[in-house]
Ligand binder design. Structure first.
Ligand code: FAD
Length: 168
């Protein structure tokens, strides 16, 4: 992909982060048949991300190795291993762990606590329409169980599906 390139085709959801929350979100979104982009700066080091029967079919998820940054409503800029591409989606799911800086949140209207963690409602929605968050990025408790459960709710909500309310 050329530097500064823009993908005109929109995804249903862009998942940023391939840790516990990102993997759980991807598993749920695959089951829902979503058209997915997945960004992580650790790709392709991660192995067996979805494992077993949840392993993505080739082509069901487009992976973009690199650092993601929000570039406006429904837009994510990826730099680094992927050379400057801007992706578009109806929904974006932030699963970036304890990393809350450099994400392009300034000026978007996202509510953050005093440590920078994102405030979300019980459907994992931030205050910005179409922007969801799950896992450590939403603050404590910092556990794998919370990350995965929250990510499942976030994934369903991002696809506009009915979901239970998340409380941990
Ligand atoms: C040493 C240690 C031991 C732990 N032990 C336990 C335990 O025993 N039990 C337990 O339940 N929990 C444990 N935890 C906590 C648990 O690991 C976390 O709560 C969980 O991994 C959070 O998952 P996550 O997906 O939110 O974040 P992460 O797993 O941190 O994943 C975030 C991902 O986002 C990517 N990323 C971040 N920013 C960007 C960006 N801008 N662009 C692209 N990619 C980005 C990162 O590369 C990373 O892959 C432990 C944590 C640590 C550090």
């Amino acid at each position: 992909m050329d530097a500064g390139a823009s993908r005109d085709d929109a995804f249903d959801v862009i998942v940023i982060g391939a840790g516990r929350a990102g993997q759980a979100a991807i598993r749920t979104l695959i089951r829902l048949g979503a058209r997915l982009a997945w960004v992580d700066r650790r790709f392709p080091v991660l192995e067996d991300r979805c494992g077993g029967e949840d392993r993505p079919e080739p082509g069901s998820v487009e992976e973009f190795p690199g650092t993601a940054r929000l570039a406006g409503p429904g837009r994510v800029e990826v730099t680094g291993a992927t050379e400057g591409v801007t992706l578009r989606a109806r929904a974006i799911l932030l699963a970036t762990g304890s990393c809350v800086t450099g994400l392009g949140l300034d000026g978007l209207g996202v509510e953050q606590d005093r440590n920078g963690f994102l405030r979300v409602d019980d459907r994992c929605r931030t205050r910005v329409p179409g922007l969801f968050a799950a896992g450590d990025v939403t603050g404590p408790p910092f556990t794998a169980e919370k990350a995965e459960e929250e990510a499942e709710v976030a994934a369903l909500a991002a696809m506009g599906k009915p979901t239970r309310r998340f409380r941990f």
